[in-house]
Design a protein around this ligand. Structure first.
Ligand code: NDP
Length: 215
């Protein structure tokens, strides 16, 4: 299917690797002007070579003030993909303050912050827009050692519904996608939990995980 996003400006978080990197490429191929936000500058340098004309922004989205400085004057955005995420595995009894705070700040708080900036811009310009939040199947399915990660994804699903309710009247659509395991940088690390990976694979009709070729 040919999608044409010419004339639209998109912002993708977590653009350096995995889903985010592929999303930037797909949006760029579809004619959108893309702002690519990620944490590791080398990833953004190589992505800029592959997708000439994108606007790289290097920032740690877990840092509220740095994000405000980096994206506070980002200008008009029509499409937002809140994709950046971290997965820090810990058994429930060992969940640390540091890991929990980090996960909440990156996976959830930054979604609120970046979406506020983008949505306020859309409303001020009086234009429609679309926001996609990248959640996970583990927002609903319980998996051991994922207290922090799954809690943020469960909260993200509800956050999305509230954003959709409040932003809908401004013609801003808000949706989540809830993927299963995909062999990105994050997915490969998690798939080293062989017992879990095999059990999950059994439930997939093709008995294999989706691959991400642009890690
Ligand atoms: P990857 O780890 O492969 O890529 C994540 C990207 O986000 C990296 O470029 C990373 O940069 C960036 N990022 C992470 N933290 C920050 C931060 N604080 N500030 C800015 N950028 C950041 O993950 P995936 O592509 O697999 O995952 C993308 C999204 O999809 C996540 O939200 C994840 O929870 C979700 N998801 C993934 C699944 C999977 O199986 N892969 C399944 C379901 C959902 P850096 O490497 O420099 O930290």
């Amino acid at each position: 299917m040919q999608i044409n996003f010419s004339g639209l400006r998109a912002l993708v978080t977590g653009a350096g690797k995995g889903f985010g990197r592929d999303t930037v490429k797909a949006l760029h191929d579809s004619g959108a002007q893309v702002v690519a936000v990620s944490r590791t500058n080398e990833d953004l340098v190589s992505l800029s070579k592959e997708c000439p004309g994108i606007e790289p922004v290097c920032v740690d989205l877990g840092d509220w003030e740095a994000t405000e400085r980096a994206l506070g004057n980002i200008g008009p955005i029509d499409l937002l993909v809140n994709n950046a995420g971290v997965l820090l595995e810990q058994p429930f009894l060992e969940v640390s303050k540091e890991a929990f705070d980090r996960t909440i700040n990156v996976n959830l708080r930054s979604v609120i912050q970046v979406s506020q900036m983008v949505a306020k811009g859309m409303i001020a310009r009086g234009v429609p827009g679309s926001i996609v939040n990248v959640s996970s199947m583990v927002s609903r399915a319980a998996v051991i050692n994922l207290t922090s990660y799954s809690s943020t994804k469960g909260a993200m699903d509800m956050l999305t519904k509230i954003m959709a309710l409040e932003l809908g009247p401004h013609k801003i659509r808000v949706n989540t996608v809830n993927p299963t395991l995909v062999l990105t940088h994050m997915g490969r690390k998690f798939a080293t939990n062989v017992e879990f990976a095999n059990a999950l694979k059994e439930r997939i009709p093709l008995k294999k995980f989706a691959e991400n070729h642009r890690i």
